[in-house]
Design a protein around this ligand. Structure first.
Ligand code: ADP
Ligand code: MG
Length: 170
């Protein structure tokens, strides 16, 4: 499961759009999604697009201080984690989140490295990085389920551009 795909996101709205496309790619039985990239890379923006596409109407705040924000008004529950402020990985245990990691829940986890050893492994990883005025988004499946998500996503994200490094989302 090493297939890696990527696209260029020219502005914030494209990051939200990519998140919405990921929402459409999710299986019915939940997924663990790692969101990686530096501070300000766009992880929360991507999450906002995904969560809104699932039907959430209100604000999508960054769970910087609460560490996890539950969204339980969808067909399936979604838990948005931001583990940046976790001091030790084992603190994940104190969040009382074990039920969160069970299907059909979808877990979106920013800064998963901070909880290393105490989190389920990722079905799919998304990586965000600065590139020019925009962002480069890439993803890699970690499980068969993640490969299905990537497969669905590849059909939904249509690329344009004249060379491999400049494709952007239409
Ligand atoms: P993170 O959660 O990774 O720390 P945020 O999602 O909070 O990052 O985003 C940080 C900033 O990046 C926001 O100001 C947002 O508007 C901006 N941003 C998001 N996506 C893009 C993009 N594709 N191009 C340019 N700026 C972007
Ligand atoms: Mg964030």
């Amino acid at each position: 499961m090493t297939r890696l795909s990527e696209c260029y996101l020219a502005d914030e709205s494209m990051t939200e759009y990519a998140g919405a496309r990921i929402a459409l790619s999710l299986p019915a039985n939940g997924a663990v999604i790692y969101l990686e990239g530096d501070l300000g890379a766009g992880k929360t923006t991507l999450s906002r697009g995904l969560i809104r596409a699932l039907g959430h109407q209100g604000a999508v705040k960054s769970p910087t201080y609460t560490l996890v924000e539950p969204y339980e008004d969808f067909e399936f529950p979604l838990y948005h984690f931001d583990l940046y402020r976790l001091s030790h990985p084992e603190e994940v245990e104190f969040l009382g989140v074990h039920d969160y990691f069970k299907p059909p829940a979808v877990c979106l986890i920013e800064w998963p490295g901070r909880g290393k050893g105490f989190l389920p492994s990722a079905d799919i990883h998304f990586f965000l990085a600065d590139e020019g005025d925009g962002r480069r988004l890439s993803w890699q499946a970690g499980t068969v389920k993640g490969a299905e998500i990537a497969h669905n996503l590849n059909k939904l994200l249509v690329f344009q551009g004249s060379n491999d490094s400049q494709e952007s989302v239409q």
